[in-house]
Design a protein around this ligand. Structure first.
Ligand SMILES: NC(=O)c1ccc[n+]([C@@H]2O[C@H](COP(=O)([O-])OP(=O)(O)OC[C@H]3O[C@@H](n4cnc5c(N)ncnc54)[C@H](OP(=O)(O)O)[C@@H]3O)[C@@H](O)[C@H]2O)c1
Length: 267
């Protein structure tokens, strides 16, 4: 063919690939209306901000966290704004409790389309002050929790076109810094889990997004167990002041899969 000889075939093929890639990207955007979305750590902080945004886009929500009073407050606020929301006290480190919560979400909303693994804890201090319990807690919340939630959700996600898993990790899961060793090690594990899931689940049409927030304001810090810390956050601490949630929501909607992560540091 003459136009192929003139070198137009490669150019046309290149342009076609670009157009196809753009169309594919456009086709991946998720409309949250009527979608059932489960958010761990949805009672406050980034999880609650995401819940508000997704409720505003018409999603039906299930929120998981441990503290029942904080959860109820979040549920009341969202319901008052017209959202359909179920709040379930649940420690994501407890596999049985997670399985029960996922079943309850499906029973309430009739389906499950998206899970956002957002629950997090942070212990700050030098290695000498960290105990094994601090490492176990961090890995429980940032690795085992997302794994339990994802495994329990998968049979339901497989039934929905456009299903998504969104893992909120941290820049601490890509760069280790001193005095955050349990946090950093567990976030590295979370990033590895998320990227591995993304590779494995892509062939089933389930998109997995690894969201990597930078520091977005004072997170709730916890004193290590060796210094009298408990499972509660330090009183007076605050939720993020500059939220990465708009970029996290966009990443969830796109279900970005061609790159390993969506960085969500606020500007
Ligand atoms: N804030 C930042 O600067 C920043 C930066 C990078 C990454 N991140 C990540 O973003 C996520 C949200 O951070 P945030 O600042 O919004 O935190 P936050 O305000 O402290 O909220 C943490 C949420 O997780 C829940 N949670 C903690 N442990 C749990 C458990 N074992 N089971 C179930 N829920 C649990 C908390 O509720 P209960 O305590 O009632 O369970 C709460 O709803 C975390 O994964 C964090 O690592 C935050």
């Amino acid at each position: 063919m003459a136009w192929a000889r003139r070198g137009l075939l490669p150019a046309a093929a290149g342009l076609g690939a670009v157009v196809a890639a753009r169309a594919a990207r456009a086709g991946r955007r998720l409309d949250f209306r009527g979608r059932s979305v489960l958010i761990t750590g949805g009672s406050r902080g980034l999880g609650l901000v995401l819940a508000r945004e997704l409720a505003g886009e018409g999603a039906r929500l299930t929120l998981l966290a441990r503290d029942a009073a904080t959860l109820e407050r979040a549920e009341r606020e969202l319901a008052a704004g017209g959202a359909e929301v179920l709040a379930i006290p649940c420690d994501v480190r407890d596999r049985g409790a997670v399985e029960g919560a996922v079943a309850a979400a499906v029973a309430r909303h009739g389906r499950l389309d998206v899970v956002v693994n957002n629950a997090g804890v942070i212990q700050v201090g030098p290695l000498a002050e960290m105990t094994l319990a601090d490492f176990e807690e961090a890995l429980g919340v940032h690795f085992w929790g997302p794994l339990y939630v994802t495994l329990a959700a998968l049979p339901h996600l497989r039934r929905q076109a456009g299903a998504r898993v969104v893992n909120i990790t941290s820049i601490g899961g890509q760069v280790a810094v001193p005095h955050l060793l349990p946090y950093s090690a567990s976030k590295f594990a979370g990033v590895g889990l998320s990227d591995g899931l993304r590779a494995e689940l892509a062939k089933e049409g389930i998109r997995v997004t690894t969201v990597v927030p930078g520091c977005c304001g004072p997170a709730r810090r916890r004193t290590p167990a060796s210094r009298g810390g408990t499972a509660r956050s330090t009183p007076g601490s605050r939720s993020p002041t500059r939220s990465p949630s708009p970029r996290s929501t966009r990443a969830a909607r796109r279900g970005r899969s061609s790159r390993p992560a969506a960085t969500a540091t606020p500007r």
